[in-house]
Design a protein around this ligand. Structure first.
Ligand SMILES: Nc1ncnc2c1ncn2[C@@H]1O[C@H](COP(=O)(O)OP(=O)(O)OP(=O)(O)O)[C@@H](O)[C@H]1O
Length: 237
């Protein structure tokens, strides 16, 4: 993947299998977010081939593309949750793709499927925030709303870009555990970019390390130590 004169990903050859929880690690600018973008179809690779759920996203259109996209869910680093909407609407946005236009429109007046929204928020410690305006929440609370959105979407492939960056250690563990469970519920996979080496090792089966867009580490999480991983973040302790 090239952006003008910058090579963000080069020669990446990677297969993620069902049931895997993969932590993607690497220093800032290593290509982690670009890799997730290529997987969820928001970044079109300048060369090479990507298959998601066995399909090249660039080869399908219309309903087939929407169905394919519905099977992948992403929590982004700079998530854009419309602040003026209440939490319930932002969570329900996760399943707009599976609703009719009339149901989606009606839901803005009378929120639909609130039991599932409440259950998702409860899982993330936000049970009492369902009808609050999203812009009244803290950064960490908004991050969890974005995760709740994935819980109601129920994707098979769960992609997360620093999903715990604004959270305290206990909540970071909760969110990573919930994301792993979500992928497992559909027999899918979790691919998460994580800056915290200990968190990455606790919540992944496999660690993929990027350096200047290349895969320089691909190992079982159980075979790595926190100290070894810190090297990939340029962290000196
Ligand atoms: N839309 C873009 N336009 C131009 N360059 C880009 C774009 N997106 C990424 N890049 C460049 O590609 C490289 C990889 O960026 P990427 O965001 O994937 O890194 P990262 O590992 O996710 O970093 P961080 O940990 O800081 O989020 C960087 O050099 C970045 O400047």
């Amino acid at each position: 993947m090239r952006f003008g004169g910058t090579t963000a990903l080069a020669g990446v050859d990677l297969t993620v299998a069902r049931g895997e929880r993969v932590a993607v690690v690497g220093a800032s600018g290593a290509g982690k977010s670009t890799l997730l973008g290529v997987l969820d179809g928001t970044v079109t690779p300048s060369a090479g081939k990507v298959l998601v759920h066995g399909t090249d996203p660039g080869s399908v259109r219309g309903r087939e593309l929407r169905r394919l996209r519905g099977r992948t869910g992403t929590v982004r680093q700079h998530l854009e949750l419309p602040g003026q909407l209440r939490v319930v609407h932002n969570v329900n946005a996760g399943r707009l793709g599976s609703w009719s236009v009339s149901r989606a429109a009606w839901s803005l007046l009378r929120p639909q499927g609130t039991a599932e929204v409440a259950a998702a928020l409860h899982r993330l410690g936000l049970a009492d925030r369902m009808y609050e305006r999203t812009d009244r929440l803290s950064g960490g609370q908004r991050q969890r709303v974005a995760v709740a959105r994935l819980l109601v979407q129920r994707p098979e492939l769960v992609l997360a870009d620093e999903p715990a960056s604004a959270l305290d250690p206990a909540l970071a563990d909760t969110v990573l555990a919930v994301l792993g469970e979500l992928a497992a519920e559909r027999g899918g996979a979790l691919v998460a970019c994580l800056h915290d080496p200990a968190l990455a090792l606790r919540h992944s089966d496999r660690v993929v390390g990027l350096d200047s867009g290349r895969v320089v580490l691909d190992a079982a999480a159980g075979s790595l130590t926190v100290a070894e991983l810190e090297r990939f973040y340029g962290v000196a302790r």
